[in-house]
Design a protein around this ligand. Structure first.
Ligand code: ZN
Length: 352
C-alpha cells in the first residue's frame, strides 16, 4: 500500500516538473484590445487570444506583477519563461474584451491607471466600479499618473525643484486615488509614453516607486531596480506571432555596465551606447529604428560601443540589441534603449 502510494506520488511529481532555475522574466505591454481604436495602441482580440494560446501551450508561466517583482528582488529562482501581462491607461475594452479572455485562461494581469480619466468618467475609460470588479480575477492596479502628462515636457518657467514637486503631486495623487477606491497600493509606476530622464528616475526611486518603461527587453533584478524596467509593447504594427514568440521567450542581456540610463539626449543626435557584458558566447547584433542593422564596435573585456551611422529621427526611437542564447535555437537575449530627440529648434514634437 505504502509502496503504491509512494509510487503514485512519485509519478505525479514527475508528471508536472517545475524547474525553478531562472532569474528573469518578461513583461508584455498592451493598451487597447479592440479593432476600432488607433493601430499604434491596439491589438485585435483575435491576435490577443493567439498570444494567450501560445503562452498556455508553449511552456509559459503567467504570473502577476507582484509575484515576479517579489521573486526577482529576493533573488529567488523562478521557472524559465515567466511572463507578466500589463495594460496601460485603463481603457474600457480591457474590462469588456480582454478581461473575459484572461479569465477564460485563468491569467492574472496588471492595469496601469491614469486616475483623472477614471475620476472624470471619461468616455472610453473604465469606471472605478469596473476596476473594482476586475479584482475578482487577480488584477493588480498600478500607477500611470493622474493626467497622463509628458514627464519631460516641463511647464515654462518652473525650476527643477518645482517641476519635481509637480510630478510628485501627479504620482502620489494617483497612488492615493487607487488606494482610496480599490485598497491597492503597490507603488508600481509606468511612465506615460515611456519618458523619463535621470533626475526623474532618481526622484521616483527616492519616493519609493518601481518604474516601468516602454522599451523592449527581458527583465532581471538589475533592470527591475534600474528605475526603467523594460516591457515589450504590442500593437497592430507588431502582430506577427513569430515576433511574439521571440519576445516572450527572450532573456535579459547579461549587462555588467551600461551608459547611464538618462533617457533624453540633448546634444548628440547620434547617441552612443556603451555596454559591458558578462562572459558570453555568440555575437551581439544591434538595430536602430528606421536604419536597420548598425555597427557594433567590440573592445576588450566584452565592452561594446553601439552607434547609428545617421542621426536618429525627431521623436522616439530605439536601439535594439540581441545575442543568441547559447544552446537554444530561436531564443535571444534582448536589450533595448529608447532615445527621445527634440526638434532642432529645441521645441517638442507633436504626439501622433
Ligand atoms: Zn499611457
Amino acid at each position: 500500500m505504502c509502496l503504491v502510494n509512494g509510487l503514485l506520488i512519485a509519478v505525479h511529481g514527475w508528471a508536472e516538473p517545475v524547474a525553478n532555475s531562472a532569474h528573469h522574466g518578461v513583461i508584455l505591454q498592451y493598451h487597447h484590445i479592440a479593432t476600432d481604436t488607433p493601430a499604434s495602441t491596439s491589438l485585435s482580440p483575435k491576435v490577443f487570444r493567439q498570444h494567450l494560446e501560445i503562452l498556455k501551450t508553449e511552456g509559459y508561466h503567467v504570473w502577476g506583477l507582484p509575484e515576479l517583482v517579489t521573486a526577482l528582488r529576493a533573488e529567488q529562482a523562478v521557472p524559465d519563461r515567466v511572463v507578466v501581462i500589463t495594460f496601460d491607461d485603463a481603457y474600457d475594452d480591457i474590462a469588456t474584451t480582454a478581461a473575459p479572455l484572461l479569465n477564460e485562461f485563468g491569467y492574472p494581469f496588471t492595469v496601469f491607471v491614469s486616475t483623472d480619466f477614471v475620476d472624470r468618467k471619461q468616455h472610453g475609460y473604465m469606471t472605478w466600479d469596473q476596476l473594482r470588479a476586475l479584482q475578482a480575477q487577480d488584477v493588480t492596479l498600478a500607477n500611470h499618473t493622474r493626467s497622463h502628462l509628458h514627464l519631460l515636457r516641463r511647464d515654462e518657467g518652473l525650476s527643477d525643484r518645482d517641476w519635481l514637486q509637480a510630478l510628485r503631486r501627479e504620482i502620489d495623487g494617483a497612488e492615493q486615488r487607487i488606494k482610496a477606491e480599490t485598497g491597492q497600493n503597490w507603488r508600481y509606476f509606468a511612465y506615460p509614453y515611456g519618458e523619463a530622464d535621470a533626475a526623474i528616475i532618481d526622484a521616483l526611486q527616492d519616493w519609493g516607486y518601481l518604474g516601468f518603461g516602454q522599451q523592449s527587453g527581458a527583465l532581471d533584478k538589475r533592470l527591475l531596480e534600474s528605475g526603467m524596467a523594460p516591457r515589450f509593447p504590442f500593437n497592430e504594427h507588431y502582430r506577427e506571432l513569430a515576433d511574439f514568440r521571440v519576445k516572450a521567450s527572450s532573456l535579459p542581456l547579461p549587462v555588467v555596465q551600461e551608459t547611464f540610463p538618462g533617457w533624453v539626449f540633448a546634444e548628440a543626435v547620434i547617441p552612443e551606447l556603451r555596454l559591458q557584458l558578462a562572459d558570453h558566447k555568440g555575437q551581439l547584433t544591434c538595430f536602430a529604428s528606421g536604419q536597420g542593422p548598425i555597427k557594433v564596435l567590440s573592445k576588450p573585456q566584452h565592452v561594446y560601443v553601439i552607434k547609428a551611422p545617421k542621426p536618429v529621427a525627431v521623436g522616439r526611437s530605439r536601439y535594439n540589441c540581441t545575442l543568441p542564447v547559447a544552446g537554444e535555437a530561436g531564443r535571444f537575449h534582448w536589450y533595448s534603449r529608447m532615445w527621445i530627440r527634440k526638434r532642432d529648434d529645441g521645441s517638442w514634437y507633436p504626439e501622433p
